[in-house]
Ligand binder design. Structure first.
Ligand code: NAG
Ligand code: NAG
Ligand code: NAG
Ligand code: NAG
Ligand code: NAG
Length: 333
């Protein structure tokens, strides 16, 4: 770094430039949004997440996935947490919600924050910070989470179906239909898929690859055949309940294990497996999959893409509201 001598007259200008250039991003989010209004926000959240994972380690994957789900459907506005009604199902009642768990964990975090600073911290920000914390606590990377999101009031089951990439389409289709329209690129898609290093999947998300791939009544020829036999033993046709680890052996640790599986053709989803068809992706995956691979590149990339994803369709300023209860839109008046 160059040493710069500044004259007195330039100092105020420099201070202003620094103030604005270091913090506010294009969407109006800022690291430390609650510094003055609720200074312990991130400490309170971290301590709750430690407690939640101590009691239920397997919630790490679902809590990370919740952020993805929230951001992809109507933007990162906490709407994934809203309860539906019998006649009006919400996002969380949609088919892709099957893998979502941890709603009561978020409610617990919110209750602690309401006790400390009523009506101050949005549910959307809680999801974003919780996602970062589960990654840190499972030995993954850390990053500063820009905050200042406000909560939306629309949560519709069909929005989830229309906005979340289904596991049975190719990576290329998922990129074109779901990622690019949200401002995310192929690199974001690849590294965010790396989040599958945490958590489980239902057999129903990939059973077609075992029993009726592309309506052929046969298995997907791309799956490693030893892995396929293992999966067939676990997942019977039409199985709706059994869970399978997405990164077998280390599904509770954020690491490069997912890329190792992917490189060996041992991933569960067609949308993940076909990432390998793209030469740039393939080179990245192989680099990450090497024994003793340095995870720095993936960890830095993952953090950058999480921040980018966290900007999708956010409400800021006077838009939306700060919900009192994450499952319910505030009462009017
Ligand atoms: C909040 O405090 C942190 C740590 O001192 C700082 O990095 C961040 O820029 C601050 N943010 C705001 C908006 O004041
Ligand atoms: C939201 O729905 C869940 C599941 O149906 C229920 O357990 C919970 O009490 C509801 N929350 C509120 C605040 O109504
Ligand atoms: C997911 O949606 C189904 C209905 O499609 C509902 O029965 C279930 O309770 C929802 N799961 C969660 C965790 O909200
Ligand atoms: C939901 O939000 C929109 C836009 O902010 C607002 O116009 C509408 O009145 C809100 N609806 C409810 C029920 O709060
Ligand atoms: C699925 O089958 C169709 C029609 O037979 C074929 O054009 C297509 O390439 C197949 N897709 C895959 C992924 O094998």
């Amino acid at each position: 770094m160059a040493v710069i001598t500044v004259t007195k007259s330039l100092l105020p200008i420099l201070a202003i430039v620094l103030l604005f250039s270091t913090t506010v991003n294009a969407q109006g989010l800022v690291v430390g949004f609650y510094n003055s209004t609720c200074p312990n926000t991130e400490t309170i959240i971290r301590n709750e997440v430690i407690d939640i994972l101590r009691k239920a380690r397997t919630l790490a994957g679902p809590l990370l996935r919740m952020f993805f789900h929230d951001c992809f459907v109507n933007g990162c506005d906490g709407s994934v947490l809203l309860n539906g009604t019998k006649t009006d199902p919400a996002e969380r009642d949609s088919i892709p919600n099957l893998s979502l768990r941890g709603f009561s964990a978020i409610d617990k975090v919110k209750a602690k924050l309401e006790a400390a600073c009523p009506r101050t911290v949005s549910c959307a920000d809680i999801i974003a910070v919780v996602a970062r914390d589960v990654v840190v606590l499972t030995k993954g990377p850390t990053w500063d989470v820009p905050t200042g999101r406000r909560d939306g009031n629309r949560s519709v089951s069909n929005d989830a179906l229309a906005n979340l990439p289904p596991p049975f389409i190719s990576a290329q289709q998922a990129l074109n239909q779901f990622y690019i329209p949200k401002g995310l690129n192929a690199k974001d898609q690849l590294v965010l898929s790396g989040g599958h290093t945490l958590g489980n999947s239902h057999c129903s998300s990939f059973n077609d690859r075992l029993y009726d791939f592309n309506k052929t009544k046969k298995a997907d020829p791309r799956i490693d055949k030893f892995y396929r036999k293992k999966l067939e033993a676990k997942c019977k046709p039409n199985d709706q309940t059994t869970l399978v680890e997405m990164d077998p052996g280390s599904f509770l640790t954020f690491d490069n294990g997912y890329f190792k599986q992917l490189a060996k053709r041992r991933s569960l989803f067609f949308s993940d497996d076909t990432l390998m068809l793209d030469p740039v992706n393939r080179a990245y995956i192989k680099r990450q999959a090497m024994d003793g691979a340095d995870t720095t590149e993936f960890f830095n990339d993952f953090a950058a893409s999480m921040i980018k994803m966290g900007n999708i369709g956010v409400l800021t300023g006077t838009q939306g509201e700060i919900r009192k209860h994450c499952a319910l839109v505030n009462k009017r008046g």
